[in-house]
Write a protein that binds this ligand. Sequence first.
Ligand code: 6PG
Length: 235
Amino acid sequence: MTVDVRVLDDPAAGTARCLAAAANAGGHIALTGGSTPRAAYEQAAALPGDWGDATLWWGDERCVAPDDERSNYALARDSLIARLDPAPRVERIEGERGSAAGAERYERVLHRAFENELAPRFDLLLLGLGSDGHCASLFAGAPALEVTDRWVVAVERAGLEPFVPRISLTLPALTAARETVFLVAGADKAEAVRRAFGPQGDDLPARRVAEGAAAVTVLLDDAAASELRGAARKT
Ligand code: 6PG
């Protein structure tokens, strides 16, 4: 697993720079949800750059309305998209359709966009890390983690709050990006960071993504890196 683990004073700023660079290149960018990325999205929107040729995707979504405070799309809309001019093309996951119908639709949309590819070749995939080691909405021990014949899967039972049905990219889709960045911050993630990215870890969804993806960078703050022995370097 060749993972570049970096401990930064401001990992959100590092993430923002990756996002702006991918956007300026007119790339396909897959966003993450949760709460951690908000600062990165706000900083990315404030950096110089033209998002007009970029396309935004999501690694997962909650099955709620797009204006629900739990929506991963709503997070990006408010902290990033609404602040961009020109705006990027936005291909959100329509969680309001329900997990099965929403997953089927997103699978079709992705196949149209990446029609000649074996998997969606995002230029940049941004992921977070749950305190249980999940990423996107792939939770340890869940059937969705083992799905390999599709790019998008319905997740009826979330393993962490919010406990609503989800729609998630599958491992084949989450390991196909040209560049993958995990943004993880806070002491509550320190154990999951060690288990997912440390030298002796556990078979967690985030480790499976890191082991299967091409170019993985893990951006941490000091607190999230506190249990990681030796693998992190101060920059
Ligand atoms: C989601 C996210 C999820 C998130 C982690 C970390 O839909 O919940 O995509 O994978 O990245 O749960 O979330 P926090 O940043 O809120 O800790």
